[in-house]
Design a protein around this ligand. Structure first.
Ligand code: AMP
Length: 387
C-alpha cells in the first residue's frame, strides 16, 4: 500500500517537473496549456497522418506538396463557396473538407481531427482566423514551435530577438517631434499594412496620426525590398549547417502592395499627397524575384543568426520563416519584420524556385514541410518539429 502511494507520488512529481521544464522551454518545444506534443501524439497512427490547414493563404501549395509526399490532406473551410473554389484545382484541393460555420468551431472539432491523425500546418490566416490565444492552446499537433508567436507578435520582443542576433533593423523614432527624415508609421495589430502611412515631417505626422491607436514610428528605409523564405530543420543537417540542424533558402519574393506600388501611374507621391491622396501598403499579391548572387552569403548569415538566437531565447524556430528586408544602396540589409511560418510569398513557387531547384527539382515550401514531417515520422522525431 505504502509502496503504491509512493509510486503514485513520484509519477505525479515527475509529470509536474516535465511540464515545468516544458513551460520554461528547456526542451525547446514548450506548450503553454500544459499538454505536450508527445501526449498529443500517443493515440496517433504515425503511418497514416493527415496534413490539415485552413483553405486560404498558402493552402493550395501546402496540400499540393503534401500530396506529392503521399499524405492525406484535409482543408478547413467556412461555407461551401470556398469549397467550390478549391475544387477547381484538382492537384491543390484537399482530399477531404471540414466545413465549419466559424473558424473558432475548429476548437470543438479537435476530437474528430485527432481521430484522423491530423497535423496542422499553420499559416498567417490560420492564426489570424482562429486568434493567437486559441491557436496557442489548440489541442492538435502543430508544425513549428508555437512559442515563437510571443516573440514575433510583440514588437519590442521582436526587436530584442533580431537585434540580439546582430541584424540591423530600421531605426525607431520614439518622439515624433524628432522626425527628420521619411518615416513609416505602423499601427499595432494592423493587418497587411492597413493604415500605415509615410511622414516626412512632424507636421505631416500630426495631420495623419490617429491618436486613439497604438503605433510605432520607424525610419522609412530607402532601397529595394526582398522577402527571404528560409527553411530551418532542427533534425536534418544536409544543408547549410548550424549548431543544431541546418538551414535552406527556398525562395524570395517581393510583395505587391496597393496603392504604393502603382500610384506613380497617376503622379509623384509628393504631388498626390498635396491633393490629399495618400499611398497605402495593403498586400494584394506576390512577385517572384531573385537577388544578385553575391548577396547570398549575407542572406545565409542573417538566417543563421536568427535561428541561433531563437534557440537560446525560446528553444528555436522550426521549419519555414521569412525575413522581410530592404537592401540599401550600400548593399546592406535592414530587416523590418520576421514571420515564423510559411508566408504567402512562397506561392509563386508551387513547382520550385530558382533556389529550391538547386536543392531538389519541384520543391515548394509546402512540399518541404511535408518532407520534414515524413522524415520525422519515419525516424520517430515528430516531437522535435511539432508542438
Ligand atoms: P509590415 O507590416 O511591417 O510588413 O509592413 C508593410 C509594408 O510596409 C512592407 O511590406 C513594406 O513595403 C513597407 N515597410 C515596412 N517597414 C518599412 C520600412 N522601415 N521602410 C520602408 N518600407 C517599409
Amino acid at each position: 500500500m505504502l509502496v503504491n502511494i509512493l509510486m503514485k507520488c513520484s509519477f505525479f512529481l515527475s509529470k509536474l517537473l516535465k511540464q515545468f521544464r516544458l513551460f520554461l522551454g528547456c526542451k525547446g518545444v514548450a506548450f503553454m496549456n500544459g499538454k505536450n506534443v508527445t501526449d498529443m501524439l500517443t493515440s496517433y497512427d504515425k503511418k497514416n497522418l493527415t496534413i490539415a490547414t485552413v483553405c486560404s493563404h498558402s493552402s493550395l501549395q501546402i496540400f499540393n506538396g503534401a500530396k506529392k509526399e503521399g499524405f492525406k490532406t484535409l482543408g478547413i473551410v467556412v461555407g461551401r463557396d470556398r469549397q467550390r473554389v478549391y475544387e477547381a484545382f484538382p492537384l491543390g484541393k484537399p482530399d477531404d473538407f471540414l466545413i465549419v460555420d466559424d473558424y473558432k468551431q475548429i476548437l470543438d472539432k479537435t476530437k474528430e481531427l485527432q481521430e484522423k491523425n491530423v497535423i496542422v500546418i499553420p499559416h498567417g490566416s490560420f492564426v489570424e482566423y482562429l486568434g493567437a490565444d486559441k491557436f496557442i492552446k489548440l489541442d492538435l499537433p502543430t508544425f513549428g514551435n508555437r512559442d515563437v508567436l510571443m516573440w514575433e507578435s510583440d514588437r519590442n520582443k521582436e526587436r530584442k530577438w533580431l537585434e540580439g542576433a546582430g541584424l540591423v533593423m530600421p531605426e525607431e523614432i520614439k518622439d515624433p517631434k524628432k522626425i527628420k527624415k521619411p518615416v513609416i508609421v505602423k499601427y499595432h495589430g494592423a493587418k497587411g499594412g492597413k493604415g500605415f502611412f509615410i511622414a516626412k515631417t512632424y507636421d505631416e505626422f500630426k495631420k495623419r496620426i490617429k491618436k486613439d491607436r497604438d503605433y510605432i514610428i520607424q525610419e522609412f528605409v530607402m532601397g529595394t525590398r526582398y522577402y527571404l523564405h528560409y527553411f530551418y530543420s532542427p533534425i536534418q543537417d544536409n544543408a547549410y549547417k548550424l549548431s543544431k540542424g541546418s538551414l535552406q533558402l527556398l525562395s524570395m519574393d517581393r510583395r505587391d502592395e496597393t496603392t504604393i506600388d502603382e500610384v506613380q501611374r497617376l503622379g509623384s507621391i509628393a504631388e498626390l499627397e498635396e491633393l490629399g491622396i495618400h499611398p497605402t501598403f495593403v498586400v494584394t499579391g506576390n512577385i517572384p524575384i531573385v537577388m544578385r548572387e553575391s548577396l547570398l552569403p549575407k542572406v545565409f548569415k542573417m538566417g543563421e543568426a536568427v535561428v541561433e538566437k531563437s534557440l537560446g531565447l525560446f528553444g528555436g524556430m522550426i521549419g519555414s520563416f521569412c525575413l522581410e528586408t530592404v537592401v540599401t544602396e550600400d548593399l546592406e540589409f535592414k530587416v523590418f519584420e520576421i514571420s515564423s511560418r510559411i508566408v504567402a510569398g512562397t506561392n509563386p513557387y508551387t513547382s520550385g524556385s530558382p533556389y529550391s531547384e538547386m536543392i531538389q527539382p519541384d520543391l515548394s515550401t509546402g512540399r518541404r514541410i511535408a518532407q520534414e514531417i515524413k522524415y520525422a515520422a519515419k525516424k520517430d522525431l515528430l516531437d522535435k518539429i511539432l508542438t
